[in-house]
Design a protein around this ligand. Sequence first.
Ligand SMILES: N[C@@H](CCC(=O)N[C@@H](CS)C(=O)NCC(=O)O)C(=O)O
Length: 332
Amino acid sequence: MTGEYRIFGSEMSPYSVKVRSYFRYKQIPHRWILRTASNAAEFSKYAKIPVIPLVVAPDGKSLQDSTPLMEEIEAAHPEPAIQPADPALAFLSALLEEFTDEWANKWMFHYRWARDVDQIASAGRIALSIAPAMEEAAWREAAAKIRERMTGRVWFVGSNAQNAPFIEQTFQAALPQLDAHLASRSYLFGARPSLADFGLWGQFYCMWTDPTTGALIEARAPHLLAWAQRMLWPRAEGEFETWSALERTLAPILRDQVGKLFLPWSIANAAAIASGAEEFTTRLDGRDWTQKPQKYHAKSLAALRAKYQAVEDKSALDGILVDAGCAQAAHA
Ligand SMILES: N[C@@H](CCC(=O)N[C@@H](CS)C(=O)NCC(=O)O)C(=O)O
């Protein structure tokens, strides 16, 4: 047994690179292991479900699901803390992280499989990462199969003919907002990374390295690009900021992306799961959104609300949530 954690993951997996960035920031000894066909048996020995990332602790304990696993490791390695000491800011960071894992993932997954250029690039990269020594012909064949399978799965995040233009519109609206916020600070909550940075970055690392979203980021969002580069090896450059310092550029993101889109979607999704509906339609910022419910997200909304309940003095937080149009984060 060695004293290091092992992270089975992939450069193409937003939740895997999110966890790797966290381990790098915390300087916790770890080894990044590309999940390949040749380590499938070792992976299966530890993985309870067949998804990445899989983290295997030095004592052999396996951890899956990026947010709770980071919280578990955080409890054992509290410094440097990834959450601001101010409980209102810590909740906002958790709320933004939830938004990024669940909504920003729609941007990433949709764009990755929408256009030929992205389908070809992504399927080729995934195929080779599974079997790095593959010959060209086998690689082409494997990539074609992955392309076919993945383009048939975009419905899973709600990407369909009705929603696709809206997904792209919300991504393109978010870019200048995030860019403005990151123009005068290194990370989302100040001079050190927070839980929200790790979540958002996992999605943006993938979008930065995919052709279409990468071009949009590079051309339209230079500060966001610098942050994406910084988050590969994040480090504390100073302290977290206060809400009054963050508000001018963070409140619009909370209002337009989280309050108008993500929370109403998440609540409608949870209601659809509870009612056993096969499909649901909800109104998001004046547009109809239709998709099959996503099971995992009802669970993570409940976890977010438990975090809200755990905040002892809610007076400052409630005021911020109401002002930023996110009161639904507390209750439906
Ligand atoms: N909620 C999970 C999501 C993990 C997840 O969806 N992983 C994807 C890749 S990003 C996966 O492993 N999909 C199945 C596969 O690639 O075989 C987390 O945060 O870790």
